[in-house]
Every structure is written in C-alpha cells, then in structure tokens.
Design a protein around this ligand. Structure first.
Ligand SMILES: Nc1ncnc2c1ncn2[C@@H]1O[C@H](COP(=O)(O)OP(=O)(O)OP(=O)(O)O)[C@@H](O)[C@H]1O
Ligand SMILES: [Mg+2]
Length: 263
C-alpha cells in the first residue's frame, strides 16, 4: 500500500518507514509560540490521541500536518515522504484525511450530496462533470454512507440533522479520499453521551476495516482512554509526555498540569 516513493529530506538520515513523522516543528503567531519543538512518530494502524488544555496547540499541530499552515521550523513526513510545504489538497490526495474542530459541511445539501461531492472532488475528474453529477459515483457514495451508518439519512438535509449526525457526515467526507491516516479534531465534542459511545464504536470499526492510522484530539478523557493506544500530551506548545494510556495516566507532570484538575 505504501506506494509513495521516499523523497530525500533535508537530513541525510534514511527516511523512516512509519506512517507519520513530525520533526521538531515550531510555529509562532506574532511572537507567541503555539508549537514549540514538537516531534512525534506514528506507526501504521496506530491510534494516537493528542491531549492538552485549551490553547495547548493541538489544532495548530493538525494544521501543520495537513498543510493548512506552514511551520517556521521542522518538517512532516508521511510514509517517509516529506510533505512540508505541500498544499492541503495534495496532502489529502497523498492519503491524509481530516475532520475539523468546527463542523465543515454544506448544510443545505443532503447527506448523499455532501459525501458525493467529496468523492467527486477526490477523484479529480474536473469541473465539467459537475453538471451531470447526480449519477456520478452513486454506488460508491451509498456504500460509504452504509459503512458510516448514514444510508437511511441519504436524502435528509444535512444542516437539519443532529450534531452527531453532522459529525458523521464529516467523517464520510474525510473518508471519501480513502486516506490511510485520519486526523480527527475533537470527534465527539458537543455530542450526547449516546452519540459519543456510538461514534467511538464507529471510529474503531472504520479504523479496523480500513487499516487506518488515527490521530485525534479530544477533551473527553473517557474517549481518549477507551480508544487510544498511545497518548501524547501537549502543554503550551510542547510535548510534555508520551506513552501508553497507563504511562500517561500515572505521569506526575501530566497529573499536575492536566489530569489533576478532575479531567
Ligand atoms: N491563526 C492564528 N493566529 C494567531 N494565533 C493563533 C492562530 N491559531 C492558533 N492561535 C493560537 O495558538 C494557540 C494554540 O491554539 P490551538 O487552536 O492550536 O489550541 P488547541 O489546543 O487546539 O485548543 P482547543 O482545545 O481550545 O481547541 C492559542 O493560543 C491560539 O489562540
Ligand atoms: Mg483545537
């Protein structure tokens, strides 16, 4: 599956065989260090959580990985290939999908159309196909809706559905590009307890079925500790701890800074 050739990075060391490698990333906004020397590596099929207080830099780190912002220093490698500086749509096409912290769908389109649009956009067939797009990728769109449990809502207006269902549409949009690495920014934020449980089960199933690597941020520690195989803790732009859930849970600094306050 790792068909992308390894391009030479600025260092002469051999490219790592992992899924994602973040090396010494730094990003400041007007002198404020939002990401301050973060390094991180993920293996294929790993499920990794990034946790940390509000403003720790979690979304910024995601934006650096997906090319939505450029780092001041450091680099990101995907399957051994340097992607720093590439455009977000190119990074998406290489195999990194993402969902955003804020819902990012077309509210007036129905569920089918939202996911279909993402599939058409990914397959890159050009704008001339949009005019007769209703029939395009119909089976593929329905298959994807089936797999994320939204087939019954295919004709429903997206913006009128529950928050949880809208997040599911986002997941469908992110999966349309058939990513091998999926970044989810607070996938259960704002959900009811029931929606949260269903979303966790869905994510675990999708990740297993599609052999995905998952990198997610989350404030709900029950979610984090139930699905993450590894947890990295960000605080003021720096990684202060990284390890298995058990290691992170018992880390004195993490307890003091983050988990201690009843989280
Ligand atoms: N484009 C930007 N311009 C200026 N400052 C920014 C920008 N993006 C993020 N920041 C700042 O960088 C810091 C980190 O923000 P970020 O959104 O990455 O935090 P976060 O960990 O995702 O927080 P939350 O848990 O609230 O989502 C914050 O202080 C934020 O105000
Ligand atoms: Mg955020």
């Amino acid at each position: 599956m790792s068909a992308l050739p390894a391009l030479p990075s600025e260092a002469s060391a051999p490219a790592p065989a992992g899924m994602l490698t973040v090396r010494k990333l730094r990003k400041s906004f007007g002198g404020f260090k939002a990401i301050d020397g973060v390094s991180l590596a993920m293996a294929p099929r790993e499920i990794v959580a990034i946790i940390g207080p509000n403003g720790a830099g979690k979304s910024t780190l995601f934006n650096l990985v997906t090319g939505h912002i450029l780092p001041d220093h450091g680099e990101v490698l995907f399957e051994g290939r340097r992607i720093t500086g590439a455009q977000p749509h190119d990074i998406c096409r290489m195999g990194i999908g993402r969902s955003f912290q804020r819902i990012n769908i077309f509210p007036k389109l129905n569920v089918f159309q939202n996911v279909q649009a993402a599939i058409i956009a990914d397959r890159g067939k050009g704008s001339r196909l949009w005019g007769r797009s209703a029939a395009l990728f119909g089976e593929e769109t329905m298959a994807l809706l089936e797999s994320i449990g939204l087939a019954d809502y295919a004709g429903a207006t997206s913006g009128e559905l529950s928050y949880g269902a809208q997040k599911q549409i986002e997941l469908g949009i992110a999966l349309a590009s058939q990513p091998r690495l999926l970044l989810l920014d607070e996938p259960t934020a704002g959900m009811s307890a029931r929606e949260t449980r269903e979303t966790i089960a869905l994510l675990e199933r999708i990740a297993a079925e599609r052999s995905l690597s998952l990198l997610f941020t989350e404030h709900d520690m029950a979610v984090v500790f139930s699905i993450a195989q590894r947890i990295a803790v960000l605080h003021q732009g720096r990684l202060i701890a990284e390890g298995t859930p058990a290691q992170v849970r018992s880390d004195p600094e993490v307890r003091r800074i983050y988990l201690g306050a009843g989280k």
